[in-house]
Design a protein around this ligand. Structure first.
Ligand code: PEP
Ligand code: MG
Length: 756
């Protein structure tokens, strides 16, 4: 059994590595010295280095323990064997029984059949995997955490050495693969709509040229401390300016304040200081810390917590900038498209101030701080598109289409021309729409449509007037909680709703009670871990199981709307009994407030139709509800059994198809019969063609993100609703199956001059 790696080892290892580097005269000599030393220090029988060669091949270039004849002979493809997987996934693999791992690739010339356990660590520089370093032992053992850390630190040091080697063997810069010159398309999910076209800027690809080992750890520690102070001062200045966001917005302040706390987090900074004390340069210590964070992020299942780690990585980047005297470059190309794996809110504000036109976040999510800020800044945001950051080079052209959910890298002339024309038309159209924003949404045949907007933050509400919306058809109350990162206190919550009501003036606001769970997880809240969170303990289910929480929210809403009308709707209602229970709470809170004289004049209770089961309870529901609102995002997700956030199935079923349209028509007809107002408030209403179909089946109130309101109003004003409804009814009747009716509806719209 191999001896464990002892506590003083990191410092000793780094000191010895420094000596090996200084003594050896050739790069090959350094590699041999390095594998010998690492094998001895980690008490491993084998230490080997594999270097990436053109064509994504990993070649064994140095080994201690395997047969020397295998050097420069053994080659593995990226993805092949344990070493290939570590490279492909840019992930350390710690396998006690690597020999019996299904991916193990045996190479007879190495003589490695004698070894059971393996720890393989990728060698990464500026986001690119340059090779892999691996240790092996005969015994079946899981390498201890400090051994993994030690090898990861060695891998950092090795990265510089390997980069030098590659340059030497390739006679200059690494050649780009043929595929790197071709157009590539990456699919994702649009989180903030819009299209951007411009030069690519890759975020987080810093090339830090500093040495890895520090000559004087004490002086290095002082340098680190100075950089931490400079980084925090810079952050204070940036956050004080608020990056041009609506001044005084409470949620923005909360997001940025949470971020500031992360920047001052002692645990994380202490970890970096430890690396410096162990002998790393400050830059290397921060990079080491960032590598750890990335590895942790991959393991964290909780999306909300993962976002906080993303903030932390953002801060680490700033610290690196403070050390190297760099930062977000000032000379970024105008109207650039930013490609990032993750992005913190402060960095987003920085980029925005420098002309950001569009953003791709490979690991973006609807609840990310960056998403909340991007929405407020109206920056088109695409989440997903894995691999785009690695595939792109700074300065190349890209089209980011957050409407269609794709990033086109290196588009050819034809694609560019198409998007050029689309963007020009869009700009002209926006200007024309803005002029008509105040005109009422009345159809050409005289039907008054209610065009409402969705909101969740005060900065959204600020767009009520400019968008020309009739009111707020969906106020997602959980968004502010998520932005804040926790439950607000009762007074703050009431004050917040009061500001929303105040800002909306005479326009109605439909407040939706908290819709937590699913992908909206609140830190510190006992969400638990669920196999299928979208179908799990979420929304009203949480509210009914935690009545104190729901009642507190209802009280805050009632108080905030004192003297006015209050409209409250409950999400994810699945049975009428649930709705009755929620309404009973609302009634009880109203009654108790009325006794103190601070209640609203009218309190209306609505149910969201998001769960198909409710469709077979319509008569009872219509007896109970003052209004209904169709949540098309969840309703279509459950109707088609297709995850709304999964790009792979996003295009498989169409909202514009008989199953959806027949269902909406049925709800609208029954609601009209019962004189219960019904609206639709999912994202579907934000696209004019979809909104057209919603109106065509009889739902005459639609709510959407503010940015979509002008276009939908223009569509309404160009529409003969009676004629279209007749056409759509016929089309639905003739539809055989659940396929898309998009082409037919779009053709009718075109033939009838509908503004889409
Ligand atoms: C919906 O599901 O359509 C809806 C409006 O709710 P959310 O998008 O917040 O789940
Ligand atoms: Mg929903």
């Amino acid at each position: 059994m191999a001896a464990a790696f002892d506590q003083a080892a990191p410092r000793r290892l780094l000191g010895r590595l420094r000596a090996v580097m200084a003594e050896a005269e050739t790069p090959g000599g350094r590699l041999s010295g390095l594998v010998r030393l690492v094998a001895a220090e980690l008490v491993a029988e084998v230490c080997s280095i594999y270097v990436m060669r053109p064509g994504e091949i990993l070649e064994l270039v140095a080994t201690e323990g395997l047969r020397q004849g295998a050097v420069n002979r053994t080659r593995l493809r990226v993805g092949e064997g344990i070493v290939g997987i570590a490279a492909a996934q840019s992930l350390s693999l710690n396998l006690p029984d690597a020999q019996n791992h299904p991916a193990f690739a045996y190479r007879a010339e190495t003589g490695e059949e004698a070894y059971s356990s393996m720890l393989a660590v990728p060698v990464v520089r500026a986001g690119q995997v340059l090779g892999v370093i691996a240790v092996q032992n005969r015994t079946t053992r899981l390498y201890a955490e400090d051994e993994v850390e030690a090898l990861e630190t060695v891998a950092m040091l090795l990265a510089e050495l390997v980069a030098g080697l590659q340059r030497a063997s390739e006679g200059g810069e690494a050649p780009r693969h043929l595929s790197a010159t071709m157009t590539r398309v990456f699919e994702g999910v649009g989180l903030t709509p819009g299209i951007a076209m411009g030069r690519v800027v890759r975020h987080g690809v810093r090339v830090v040229a500093a040495t890895t080992l520090a000559a004087d750890p004490v002086a290095e520690r002082q340098r680190l401390d100075r950089a931490v102070r400079a980084m925090q001062a810079g952050l204070d200045a940036l956050l004080a300016g608020n990056g041009g966001l609506t001044a005084g917005s409470a949620e923005t302040r909360d997001v940025l304040e949470a971020y500031r706390l992360i920047a001052a987090d002692a645990g994380w900074l202490g970890r970096i200081a430890d690396f410096v004390d162990a002998g790393l340069s400050a830059e290397a210590a921060v990079q080491r810390g960032m590598a750890e964070l990335r590895a942790r992020m991959r393991r964290v299942p909780d999306p909300y917590l993962r976002e906080r780690l993303a903030d932390l990585e953002d801060v680490a980047g700033r610290l690196l900038d403070a050390l190297t005297g760099t930062g977000v470059a000032d000379d970024l190309p105008p109207g650039f498209v930013l490609l990032a794996r993750r992005l913190g809110p402060a960095e987003l504000l920085d980029y925005h101030a420098r002309g950001l036109a569009g953003l791709l976040l490979e690991e973006g999510s609807p609840t990310a701080h960056a998403t909340i800020i991007a929405r407020a800044l109206e920056v088109p945001l695409l989440a997903g598109g894995r691999g785009a950051v690695d595939a792109a080079e700074g300065g190349e052209t890209a089209v980011l289409d957050a409407e269609e959910g794709r990033l086109i890298l290196r588009p050819d002339a034809e694609i560019l021309a198409g998007y050029d024309a689309a963007l020009a038309a869009r700009t002209a159209r926006r200007a024309a729409l803005a002029e008509q924003a105040t005109l009422p949404p009345v159809t050409a045949d005289g039907v008054r449509i209610s065009v409402l907007m969705n909101a969740g933050l005060l900065m959204d509400v600020a767009q009520l007037a400019s968008s020309g919306a009739d009111g707020i058809g969906l106020f997602r109350t959980e968004i502010a909680w998520l932005a804040r990162g926790g439950l607000p206190d009762a007074d703050a919550e009431e004050a917040f709703y009061a500001r929303v009501v105040e800002a909306a003036g005479n326009r109605p606001v439909l407040f939706r009670t908290i819709d937590l769970g699913g992908d909206k997880l609140l830190p510190g809240f006992p969400h638990g871990s669920e196999e299928n969170p979208a179908l799990g303990w979420r929304s009203l289910r949480i509210g009914l199981d935690r009545p104190a929480m729901l009642r507190r929210q209802l009280r805050a809403l009632l108080r905030a709307a004192a003297g006015r009308s209050l409209r409250v709707m409950f999400p994810m209602v699945t049975t009428v009994e649930e709705f009755r229970a929620a309404k009973a709470m609302l009634r009880a809170e109203t009654a108790s407030l009325r006794r103190t004289g601070r209640a609203p004049d009218h309190v209306l209770a609505g149910a969201m139709i998001e769960v198909p089961a409710l469709l077979w309870q319509m008569p009872a529901l219509l007896d109970e509800a003052d209004f209904l609102s169709i949540g098309s995002n969840d309703l279509t997700q459950f109707l088609f059994a297709a995850d709304r956030g999964n790009a792979r199935v996003a295009a498989r079923y169409d909202f514009l198809s008989a199953p959806v349209l027949d269902l909406l028509a049925e709800v609208a007809a029954q609601a009209r019969e019962a004189s219960v107002p019904v609206s639709l408030c999912g994202e579907a209403a934000s696209r004019p063609l979809e909104a057209l179909a919603v109106l065509g089946v009889g739902v005459t109130a639609v709510s959407m993100p503010a940015g979509a309101v002008p276009a939908v109003k223009a569509m309404v004003r160009s529409l003969d609703l009676g004629a279209f409804s007749r056409f759509l009814a016929g089309l639905r009747r003739s539809a055989a199956g659940g396929g898309s009716l998009r082409v037919e509806i779009a053709a009718w719209a075109r033939d009838h001059g509908i503004i889409l």
